[in-house]
Design a protein around this ligand. Structure first.
Ligand SMILES: [Zn+2]
Length: 180
């Protein structure tokens, strides 16, 4: 088997058109794709526990204009305020160090920050997630590093069926597990 990683930006035109509907970030609110960095927004809820300590939760990536938390609703339901930053802040080396600083602070769920880091920092991960579904990924291929952390060669293997076989998506849609 060829182990050369597949470069997303190097996809041939016809295949790229075929995959176009899966390129972008899945919005946690409307489930449509966020197709450019400038359209994205990362937000979370901040509240206080019984001892007055800050509790952060609900980390999500959404459309900046239309899908953010409803400030009034979250305040009424959980006395939470919404904090957030543009998706632009999370990409590139400064985005990676921002994500690491969130992990170091330890206030947000580690699992949620790691998942966001994979989605915005690791080429092809979000595409694989969109094509296969986050829950289905380990059923299709177990990452050698474990913990849902896929190497680039493994991501290439995950998305190869969709890239090399145009009928894959149709078969995938009628069969929840894509062919190995
Ligand atoms: Zn949305």
């Amino acid at each position: 088997m060829e182990n050369k990683p597949i470069r997303i930006l190097g996809i041939a035109g016809s295949l790229r058109r075929g995959l176009r509907n899966s390129m972008g970030w899945h919005c946690a609110c409307c489930a449509q794709l966020i197709t450019s960095v400038s359209e994205g927004w990362v937000e979370w809820l901040a509240s206080e526990d019984d001892h007055g300590a800050t509790v952060l939760s609900g980390l999500q990536l959404v459309h900046r204009e239309s899908c953010r938390y409803d400030l009034r609703k979250v305040f009424r339901s959980g006395r939470s305020v919404v904090e957030g930053l543009s998706l632009e802040r999370f990409v590139g080396p400064d985005g990676l160090i921002l994500l690491l600083s969130l992990l170091a602070a330890g206030e947000l769920s580690t699992a949620e920050v790691i998942e966001l880091a994979k989605r915005v920092q690791i080429p092809g991960y979000e595409l694989a997630r969109n094509l296969i579904g986050q829950q289905n990924l380990p059923q299709v291929l177990r990452p050698s590093l474990g913990h849902g952390c896929y190497l680039q060669s493994e991501i290439a293997e995950l998305i190869r069926p969709a890239m090399t076989d145009p009928s894959w998506r149709e078969r995938r849609d009628s069969n929840p597990r894509p062919p190995a």
